[in-house]
Each structure stands twice: as structure tokens, then as C-alpha cells.
Write a protein that binds this ligand. Structure first.
Ligand code: URP
Ligand code: ZN
Ligand code: ZN
Length: 469
């Protein structure tokens, strides 16, 4: 299959330039001005549009069994929704139950992901510790292309990692050349605050953010960073939601520590007023952790992206329908945590970032694909429009508009946290591995067409930090 994308402006993280892009057998084979169109090639007219690397969402949860239920999007519907929004690769999470073998869980998730329509790769959560876990981490890195391990500092009595686990797992990751990542919230504090709120009779979704104030997140971020500093490992902090966590990252980076931070599209544009709605269904639909924050936190996150202290944008796509969320209307601690977004991240970040002048188009590419590709060692296969890279492309119309709605979305769950927002800057075409999978509103996702992406250890972009040890 040969496709040529003609007449657009290619945008990479380092520069943008007028060029045609020729794709053959799933790879980019030429990038340049006035390329010849091979006979029988499919031609995509990108005149007046940008041609960018397909988005990488470094944080999704498809088909996740969580808090007694399973997310609405599976690997097909979730990756298909991503393709409709210009995201061609997702990084999902294998989350073993405590005492479950990491390898067994990994193979279970790989089985579920066989139906993915877009490319995928896995972080593996370390939720408990013994010698088998130590050994499995080695097998995952050496034989299964895993180079990142996740630690949940929250979710007490479930998957929470204590300091001993963090220290042992960070040390193991270091010797394997893998990067530890953390969900930074002090799970003990969250638990105690939840119990106090319930005792006081504050039981609805309005209590959710009260049980997880910024200080709870900042304590864990500071602790993870301190542990990483002592253990000499890099560390990647997922879904940074507040100014205080960003300050911890900024401080550490200023001292030369390799700390990386991720901002969610939702945290960048939605504020905590959603929890005070009288509409219980609406408020519960926004329950995710960390919660949406006050507006000054949003401003801080944008500054973090602009200043380079936050490197990636993600969604934490983790959809539950209204019936699932309703199980916790009388006890907010039982509302399954999670919101969607994989379909909308690129447009939300463009609209609120590039259209306002906060980000340049190249910076947009940096925070939507290139940096994730580099940190997690998929670059230059992913995250750049260049010869030899996968032909994962999004043709982006900076003047096209769309009003986001659950009624028209491809993702499941029946709700959209960005409902009613009109974005300017939308994908007109998405190519995944050279195949046209989305064209002007028409989704042509193919179940099972996605591939697992192996990620070797010792990413050269963060390798110096690992080799110091
Ligand atoms: N974020 C969230 O509320 N749900 C998904 C699991 C996690 O990332 O913490
Ligand atoms: Zn999390
Ligand atoms: Zn998550």
C-alpha cells in the first residue's frame, strides 16, 4: 500500500517545513518537496494543513478491571476513538492484583489488546513485592519490550505501593534500564480524609476533591522524587494536576534530577466546579484521581508545559458509564475513578494551547508525541515525520472546528468531560501504519490492526541518568 500526503506543512518537534510525505508498506519512505506520485498511490491533499506525527497517549486504561467493575472502552473501541482524534499509539497499563504474577497479568493484557485498532504498548504496575516480582521485571524488560514500571502511591487496601515497595522496585528498574513511574497521591491520607468525610455525612461526589487536596498529591510527588534521587533513578510522574506537584518537579529538575511530568488534557481545561453540580450524575461522571482542580492549577500546568518542566500530555482514558458511576452516589469512595478523553486530547491541547499562543505547533508535537516517544524509547520509530519512521500521521486542519459531544463521539461510556466545547484545529485524516483509518469524520478502524510496540531498555534520552548508577 502506497500513500502520498501532498502539499502540507510537516511539523516536527524541532522544525516545520513544506513537504510531501510518501508512505509505503507502513513506513515513511520519503519526505520532501514536489515528490513524484507513484502509480496507484492513494493521494491525500494536505493543502493548507499541517502534517504531524500521530499522537501518542502515554496514559490510558482500556478494558481495565477497576474498583469492582470494568471500563466501558475495550482495546478496540478505545484505540479506534484515539484514531478518530489523531492518536495512533496508546500506552496502557498492566495492573496485576497484589500477589498475581506480573508475567501472567502481562499476558492477560496482551490477549485483551489483540483487538486494538491502533498501536499499543504497556507500562506494568508493580503492586506487590517478592523475589518472583523481581525476576518478572527482568523478564518483562529483556523479553517483552517493557521499559517502564508504574507505582500507585494511592488506592490503599488495593494496589497501593508503600515506600519499601517503591525503593525495591526503583532499584530493580535502575539495574534493568527501565523508568519508574508513579501515581503520586498519599494513599493513607486519602483514606483517612475519606473516612472523616463519610463520618461527617459528606458522602456524595462533592467530597471526592475534598479527600484529595493538592497537598496530598504534593507530598507523594516530593516523596517519589526524593526516593528517586537517593536511588539514582529517573522518575516519571503521571497526571500531575496541581501547582504544588509541579513545583516539586521544577525544583528537582533545576538541580539536575531527571524527573518527568505528564499533564492530562482534562486537568488543563476543566476545573473543580464540576463536583459542586446539583446533578449527581454529572458530578460523579467527573470523579477521577487526582481530581479536577481550581483554575490557578490549570494555569500552572500550562506554564509547566511551556517551560518544559512537564513533557507530555495524556488522558488517563478510563471510561465508566452512568450506571457504573451510580454505585457510589451515596458513598463517593465507591464511585469508579476515571474519565475519558483519548479521542479529544489532541484537539483540546491544540485549541487551548496553540490557538492561545501558549504553544507553537512544534511544541504541540513535542507534548503530544515526540517527548513520550523519547522518554519511553520509541523514537524515531514514533514521534517524528521522517524517513524510516512508522507512517503514523495526522493531517491537521488548523481552521476546522468541531463541537465535542458524547452524542457524536466514537468512545464508549455515554459521557464526555469536554461536552459542548467547540475546538478549532481538528484532524481531517489519520494514517496508522500507512493505512487511512480516519477521513473527515468517517472512521475506518480495523479490529486487530494495531501492533504491540516493543520498547527497549536504556532509552538514550534518559540513559545518562541510568548509567550514572
Ligand atoms: N485516574 C483515575 O481516576 N483512574 C484510573 C486509574 C489511575 O490512573 O489512577
Ligand atoms: Zn493514576
Ligand atoms: Zn491512570
Amino acid at each position: 500500500m502506497t500513500t502520498i500526503v501532498r502539499g502540507g506543512t510537516v511539523v516536527n518537534a524541532d522544525r516545520s517545513f513544506r513537504a510531501d510525505v510518501l508512505c509505503h508498506e507502513g513506513k515513511i519512505v520519503a519526505v520532501g518537496e514536489n515528490l513524484d506520485t507513484p502509480a496507484h498511490a492513494q493521494v491525500i491533499d494536505a493543502g493548507g494543513q499541517y502534517v504531524m506525527p500521530g499522537g501518542i497517549d502515554p496514559h490510558t486504561h482500556m478494558q481495565l478491571p477497576f474498583m469492582g467493575t470494568v471500563t466501558a472502552d475495550d482495546f478496540f473501541t478505545g484505540t479506534a476513538a484515539g484514531l478518530a482524534g489523531g492518536t495512533t499509539t496508546i500506552m496502557d497499563f498492566v495492573i496485576p492484583n497484589p500477589q498475581q504474577s506480573l508475567l501472567e497479568a502481562y499476558h492477560t493484557w496482551r490477549g485483551w489488546a489483540k483487538k486494538a485498532a491502533g498501536d499499543y504498548t504497556f507500562h506494568v504496575a508493580v503492586t506487590w513485592w517478592n523475589e518472583t516480582v523481581h525476576a518478572d521485571m527482568g523478564t518483562l524488560v529483556r523479553e517483552h519490550g517493557v521499559n517502564s514500571f508504574k507505582h500507585f502511591m494511592a488506592y490503599k487496601n488495593a494496589i497501593m505501593a508503600d515506600d519499601e515497595l517503591l525503593i525495591k522496585s526503583f532499584a530493580r528498574a535502575l539495574e534493568l534500564g527501565a523508568i519508574p513511574t508513579v501515581h503520586a497521591e498519599n494513599g493513607e491520607l486519602v483514606f483517612q480524609l475519606q473516612q472523616e468525610l463519610l463520618k461527617k455525612g459528606i458522602t456524595g461526589p462533592v467530597a471526592h476533591p475534598l479527600s484529595r487536596p493538592p497537598a496530598v498529591e504534593a507530598e507523594a510527588a516530593n516523596r517519589a522524587i526524593a526516593i528517586a534521587n537517593v536511588m539514582n533513578t529517573p522518575v516519571y510522574i503521571v497526571h500531575v494536576s496541581c501547582a504544588e506537584s509541579l513545583e516539586a518537579i521544577t525544583r528537582a529538575r533545576a538541580k539536575g534530577q531527571r524527573v518527568y511530568g505528564e499533564a492530562l488534557a482534562g486537568h488543563l481545561v476543566i476545573d473543580d466546579s464540576v463536583y459542586r453540580s446539583n446533578d449527581l450524575e454529572f458530578a460523579a461522571a467527573h470523579v477521577m484521581s487526582p481530581p479536577f482542580r481550581g483554575k490557578h492549577h490549570q494555569a500552572a500546568l500550562w506554564q509547566g508545559l511551556q517551560g518544559g518542566n512537564l513533557q507530555t500530555t495524556a488522558t488517563d482514558h478510563c471510561t465508566f458509564c452512568a450506571e457504573q458511576k451510580a454505585t457510589g452516589y451515596d458513598d463517593f469512595t465507591k464511585i469508579p475513578n476515571g474519565c475519558g478523553g483519548v479521542e479529544d486530547r489532541m484537539a483540546i491541547v491544540w485549541n487551548a494551547g496553540v490557538n492561545t499562543g501558549k504553544l507553537t505547533p512544534s511544541e504541540f508535537v513535542r507534548v503530544t508525541s515526540a517527548n513520550a516517544a523519547q522518554i519511553f524509547n520509541m523514537y524515531p520509530r514514533k514521534g517524528v515525520v521522517a524517513v524510516g519512521a512508522d507512517a503514523d500521521l495526522v493531517v491537521w486542519d488548523p481552521e476546522g472546528t468541531r463541537t465535542i459531544s458524547a452524542k457524536t463521539q466514537f468512545a464508549k461510556g455515554g459521557f464526555n468531560v469536554f461536552e459542548g466545547r467547540t475546538v478549532r484545529g481538528i484532524p481531517t485524516h489519520t494514517l496508522a501504519a500507512g493505512k487511512l483509518v480516519f477521513q473527515r469524520g468517517e472512521l475506518r478502524a480495523v479490529e486487530g490492526a494495531g501492533r504491540h510496540v516493543d520498547r527497549p531498555a536504556f532509552s538514550p534520552f534518559i540513559g545518562a541518568a541510568m548509567q550514572r548508577a
